[in-house]
Write a protein that binds this ligand. Structure first.
Ligand code: C2E
Ligand code: MG
Ligand code: MG
Ligand code: MG
Length: 278
């Protein structure tokens, strides 16, 4: 950077932004090859029923084993894959891998649980999406009721396309969850009208509970809203025993979070399933 350079100066050059841009371009270029050579992997995080304290499902969360950087978090490549459109292909791989693995665990005699797959808006809007889901279920042999799709709230505001698509998925027996609830925009009307089963409360609403009375009452209102809509309510990001107890005492149905388990690789998940059967 030139001495004394500033934003208004024609010689000013923002190296930080340039770096970020280059990083994006490099990641975008690396993704297809990473998929072809098998650098992606699914981790699984348990969902726990608060009343019975038993496993009720597993969420598949993608990881990238980049040989140069190690385990890369989805936050740093999913948005790039969404922008470039590669998410359609990557998301299809996630569906295959999650359904195949779940079926394998079921065949091995572990408790039968639904696996949840996160679906990006771009992927959900793709004209072939429902057909892809059907093909994956058919070819892996996983029963539709053991697949759940997690979509984000903002997607629900595209009612015409979304209603059709959600209806046909629901008719096939696939469960639909609203992820990160409270951070996007969705009208209560759509929440009522669309065929949804689970409301996942974003972890920002759990973070300050039970220390903050204001956050506690907000959290309770969201739980009540979900219940009034006839949905199963799950709280994300539960990290402490106090949060777990608070949610259990206030009618929340399920939780996910580090308190019970971090997302784990498939070998560890299999071990957890094996133990849960005993
Ligand atoms: P998400 O679907 O809301 O997943 C929950 C995220 O919260 C996960 O981050 C999980 O590791 C993290 N988490 C779980 N429990 C706790 C907790 O107690 N405390 C804290 N601080 N965090 C917790 P992860 O795995 O890094 O995934 C981030 C996001 O990336 C996901 O948010 C999801 O939106 C997206 N994502 C992950 N896998 C996929 C995928 O296969 N396809 C698509 N389209 N998106 C994915
Ligand atoms: Mg999710
Ligand atoms: Mg979430
Ligand atoms: Mg989240």
């Amino acid at each position: 950077e030139a001495k004394g350079a500033s934003l208004g100066d024609p010689h000013y050059f923002d190296y930080y932004l340039m770096d970020k841009l280059l990083e994006r371009v490099q990641i975008e270029k690396k993704l297809p090859r990473a998929l072809a050579v098998g650098e992606f992997e699914l981790f699984y995080q348990p969902k726990v029923d608060l009343a019975t304290r038993t496993l009720t499902g597993l969420e598949a969360l993608i990881r990238w084993n980049d040989p140069a950087q190690g385990l890369v978090s989805p936050a740093s490549f999913i948005p790039i894959a969404e922008e470039s459109g590669f998410i359609v292909e990557l998301g299809e791989w996630v569906l295959w891998e999650a359904c195949r693995t779940n079926k394998r665990w079921q065949d091995a005699g572990y408790p039968k649980l639904p696996v949840s797959v996160n679906v990006s808006a771009v992927q959900f809007r793709h004209p072939q999406f429902v057909r892809t889901v059907e093909a994956v279920l058919e070819q892996t042999g996983l029963e539709p009721r053991y697949l759940e799709l997690e979509v984000t709230e903002s997607l629900l505001n595209d009612p015409v396309l979304i209603k059709d698509r959600l209806d046909s998925l629901e008719q096939r027996g696939i469960s639909l969850s609203v992820d990160d609830f409270g951070t996007g925009y969705s009208s209560i009307y759509y929440l009522k009208e669309l065929p949804l089963q689970v409301l996942k409360i974003d972890r920002t609403f759990v973070r300050n509970t039970p220390a903050s009375p204001r956050d506690n009452s907000l959290l309770l209102s969201i739980i009540q809203l979900g219940k009034s809509l006839g949905l199963t309510v799950l709280a994300e990001g539960v990290e402490t025993k106090e949060q777990f107890d608070f949610l259990r005492q206030h009618d929340c149905d399920q939780i996910q979070g580090f308190y019970y388990s971090r997302p784990v690789d498939s070998e560890t998940m299999e071990e957890m399933l094996r133990i849960s059967r005993i």
